[in-house]
Structure formats: structure tokens, C-alpha cells
Design a protein around this ligand. Structure first.
Ligand SMILES: Cc1cc2nc3c(=O)[nH]c(=O)nc-3n(C[C@H](O)[C@H](O)[C@H](O)COP(=O)(O)OP(=O)(O)OC[C@H]3O[C@@H](n4cnc5c(N)ncnc54)[C@H](O)[C@@H]3O)c2cc1C
Length: 353
């Protein structure tokens, strides 16, 4: 009994790891390099404080995933020997006017009902947390539970953990169609008892027996500066601008959102705009050299992730948009549970019984 997962991003690999821990035989087919698309590009904020605005099923799912992360990262580190660099950084949300502050306080009140804690920061506490913050008459709110992870390290860890558990990962293998348990790629066909589509923004391009809900590519630019490690401790957010720093010293500023199809061209003007916004918050960055990269967030027309069975033997795991790094643990837990409850025979012990 075998599961084939199309797509070796963070979603496909996390699911492959979790299924393999249950004894399921898994093959991951990846069109290019595992973890080389959105999961390479993502900033790595695990920040319900910045993302959750109201109380719906997906907000609760997001929060549940954030709460899984500490243990998820520790277990992954233990199994793979690679540190995903999960850090409880906390986050500072800035407001530049009374109107912005009012919106922020209203959102914080709704979030608090969900169990997301935050508190206003005094000017002195704000200076202590971010001494390099530029002038601006800021008001600020502190989210102690927001965290960061390094998505590139996480993918490296997942790959190592998957391989140790016998998951076959075939790179440079693009899935073209999935019909009647037959997965077709240019070199060959694979027979599968269950197929999961986890191809991020490309998922609905696959030819399947049922119409697939569209995946919508939403391109994003990020920029990165090399700074002294530990220069910026918390995540810093103001409106559409955010900054965070990885262990290596890489300080990331974002972001943009563009509907540009799969155009891979980097637009230097967008990079400059992000750099200007970053330097407004942290003037020490003005004039510093930075690198620019892009990635394709997997949006969905439904406005939420598409998870679950689409047809007998065909499962969906895409549409995580701007939160796929954060949502990986809960997505894998849910799909593992649903797959094994629909197909208990995927587990070797059950099929032998
Ligand atoms: C600029 C930017 C910033 C972001 N910041 C954050 C953040 O701070 N926090 C957060 O939680 N999320 C963030 N995200 C979102 C997050 O990166 C994505 O939601 C997540 O990486 C999606 O993972 P995935 O595995 O679904 O997709 P991907 O990582 O894109 O993986 C899909 C894989 O499928 C492969 N593939 C495509 N077609 C086929 C095919 N036909 N056959 C086989 N394989 C195929 C691709 O090559 C790719 O490797 C950000 C994204 C961007 C672009």
C-alpha cells in the first residue's frame, strides 16, 4: 500500500514525514528541487498575532498549528539532526497614528477572545526591545507568543527525517496527471493507493479525474540584509511591512503581493520600496546592501487552504497562501488522521491483520 505525494514543499514533506512515522510507504514526486519554491522564499514568521483577525474555522486552525510548532520543531530536530531554528521571538506591532492604534486595539480585543495574548508597550519598553527604531511617535503592542522559524532549515530537516524513515523523494519529476490511482510523470507512471496533491501554487495545473479548485499564485518579493546576529530580537511589524532576523544574521524585510502569474522576474523597484519602508522603521538599514528574491504564495479562490479528499484516492493539500510555513504541522496532522481513517489499510500492521 502506497501514498504518492505530488510536491516536495514544506506541506508535502511534512505530510510525508508524519505518514512515514505511521509506517505508511510514501513516495514524494517533486517537479524541481524539494523545498525550492515558496517554502524556500517564505520569511518564516509564525505569527497568529499578525495574521488572525476574526474567529472562524481557519483562524482556529492557524492558532492550533502555531501551538504545535515548538514540539514539532524539537521532534524534527531530534529525528533529523538539523535545527529548524524555531525561536520564541515575540512580535512588536507598531501604530503611527491614533486611527491605526484604534484598529490595532480592536483586533487585539477579538484576538484575546481566541486566546492570543498581547499588551500595549510603554515608550520605554519599546526602546528596550528595539533600541534601533526610528522616530515616528509610535504606539506599540507586544505579542509574546509570536515566533519565527527558518523555512530553509526546516525543509532540510524534513528531507533528512523523511529519508531516514524510508520516504522516497524523487526530484526533477513533474506530475502531469492523476487518474485511477495512476500518477503520470514524463519518465514513468506510478501506481498509488492514495495520491495527495501538494504542489503549492501549481496544484490545479495537474490533470485529474475531477475538476480541481484553482490555486492562485500570489507573487511576493522579500529582501535580505546581512547584519550582526542578534541585532533584531523580535519580529517588527507596521502595516504591510515586517522585519525579522534569522540566527545566521540574515535580516529579512517584506513584503509585496502581486498577481503576476508565474513571472519569475525580480522587480528592483519593488525591492527599493521594501528597503525604503524598512529604513523608515530601522534607519540603520538606509543605504545598506540587500539581496532580493521572490516566491509564489499558493492562494486559493476559496480564501482558505484546500484540505481533504476530492475524489476516491485523491487528496488535496494546497492553498496555504501566506501561512503555509505556519500551517504545515496542523495540515500534516489533519491529513494523516483523515487519510488513515479513510484508508486504515495504508498502515502495514492493519493490512497484515
Ligand atoms: C514572499 C513570501 C513570504 C512568506 N512568508 C511566510 C511567513 O512568514 N510565514 C508563513 O507561514 N508562510 C509564509 N509564506 C507562505 C509560505 O511560504 C507558503 O504558504 C508555503 O511555503 C507553501 O508550501 P507548499 O509546500 O504548499 O508550496 P511550495 O513550497 O511552493 O511547494 C510546492 C512544490 O511543488 C512542486 N511542484 C509544482 N508542480 C509540480 C508537479 N506538477 N509535480 C510535482 N511537483 C510539483 C514545486 O516545485 C514545489 O517544490 C510566504 C511566501 C512568500 C512567497
Amino acid at each position: 500500500m502506497k501514498v504518492v505525494i505530488a510536491g516536495g514543499g514544506i506541506i508535502g514533506l511534512t505530510l510525508a514525514w508524519r505518514l512515514s512515522q505511521q509506517g505508511v510507504s510514501v513516495t514524494v514526486l517533486e517537479a524541481a528541487t524539494a523545498g525550492g519554491e515558496a517554502s524556500w522564499a517564505g520569511a518564516g514568521m509564525l505569527a497568529p498575532g499578525g495574521e488572525i483577525k476574526c474567529d472562524n474555522e481557519w483562524d482556529r486552525f492557524t492558532l492550533a498549528s502555531a501551538r504545535l510548532y515548538r514540539d514539532f520543531a524539537a521532534e524534527l530536530n531530534e529525528e533529523s539532526g538539523v535545527d529548524p531554528e524555531w525561536r520564541l521571538s515575540g512580535a512588536v506591532d507598531l501604530a503611527a497614528s491614533e486611527a491605526e492604534w484604534h484598529v490595532q486595539c480592536e483586533r487585539a480585543a477579538k484576538q484575546s477572545a481566541l486566546g492570543i495574548d498581547s499588551e500595549p508597550l510603554s515608550p520605554a519598553a519599546l526602546r528596550d526591545l528595539i533600541p534601533q527604531l526610528g522616530p515616528g511617535g509610535w504606539q506599540a503592542r507586544w505579542y509574546p507568543a509570536d515566533a519565527i522559524v527558518n523555512p530553509r532549515a526546516t525543509v532540510r530537516a524534513l528531507l533528512a527525517a523523511c529519508r531516514r524513515r524510508g520516504v522516497v523523494v524523487e526530484e526533477n519529476t513533474r506530475v502531469l496527471s492523476v487518474r485511477d490511482g495512476l500518477v503520470s510523470t514524463p519518465p514513468r507512471q506510478y501506481r498509488a493507493d492514495a495520491v495527495v496533491l501538494a504542489c503549492g501554487a501549481w496544484s490545479s495545473l495537474i490533470d485529474a479525474a475531477v475538476p480541481l479548485p484553482p490555486a492562485v499564485p500570489v507573487r511576493g518579493h522579500l529582501i535580505g540584509y546581512q547584519c550582526a546576529p542578534g541585532w533584531l530580537a523580535p519580529i517588527l511589524r507596521h502595516q504591510h511591512t515586517y522585519l525579522l532576523q534569522r540566527d545566521s544574521g540574515l535580516l529579512i524585510a517584506g513584503a509585496s503581493e502581486e498577481h503576476a502569474g508565474f513571472n519569475r522576474g525580480i522587480n528592483p523597484a519593488i525591492g527599493r520600496d521594501i528597503a525604503d519602508r524598512a529604513a523608515h522603521l530601522l534607519p540603520a538599514l538606509a543605504g545598506q546592501k540587500y539581496e532580493t528574491w521572490i516566491g509564489f504564495r499558493p492562494g486559493s479562490e476559496a480564501g482558505h487552504p484546500l484540505l481533504g479528499q476530492a475524489a476516491p484516492g485523491l487528496w488535496l493539500a494546497y492553498g496555504h497562501y501566506r501561512n503555509g510555513i505556519l500551517l504545515a504541522p496542523a495540515t500534516a496532522a489533519r491529513l494523516t488522521r483523515e487519510l488513515l481513517s479513510a484508508r486504515p489499510d495504508l498502515r502495514p500492521s492493519t493490512s497484515a491483520a
